[in-house]
Design a protein around this ligand. Sequence first.
Ligand code: HEM
Length: 140
Amino acid sequence: MSAISRLKYGSPNRFEAFSWYFMRVSGAVLLLVAVLHLLIMHVWYGVDAIDYRFVVGRWASPLVQVYDLALLLFAITHGVNGTRWVIDDYIHSRGWNLTLKAALYVLTVIFILMGATVIFTFDPDTSTTALNTVAAVFAR
Ligand code: HEM
């Protein structure tokens, strides 16, 4: 984040210092968690083995649920904080700056709730295909 943006849209306070460190720490965590995810899903199992049942079936294990939640939370919070920096650096109209960041935070909450709900509430025995699940929701 540039010094000008910091002065305009927020003081160089403790939150910004925390946010700077957070990007380093979450980047290091992502390096481990995201690369391991890639290796497990795309090298070990391989894309041919991955279908809807396989994905929801993995969540029968609490360890996989926690792992996927960590991947979700770190990727979203890291990505959102980085996007917040980009908005502060490039969007200098105060109205647009606030509007975009408000939209970003609303989407963040929605995506975290959606992701966590899917990870923790899916029942692989009753959900055979994505289409069936969508149909079941509309049939209620
Ligand atoms: C291996 C995984 C990753 C590592 C090691 C990593 C590392 C970093 C670091 C160190 C920064 C700070 C750069 C700076 O201060 O100028 C950063 C910025 C950023 N990261 Fe990541 N990151 C990773 C994955 C991701 C993912 C998955 C996303 C998107 C969801 C993302 C989105 C961003 C954004 C938007 C920024 C701000 C860019 C900017 O300031 O111009 N990163 N990343």
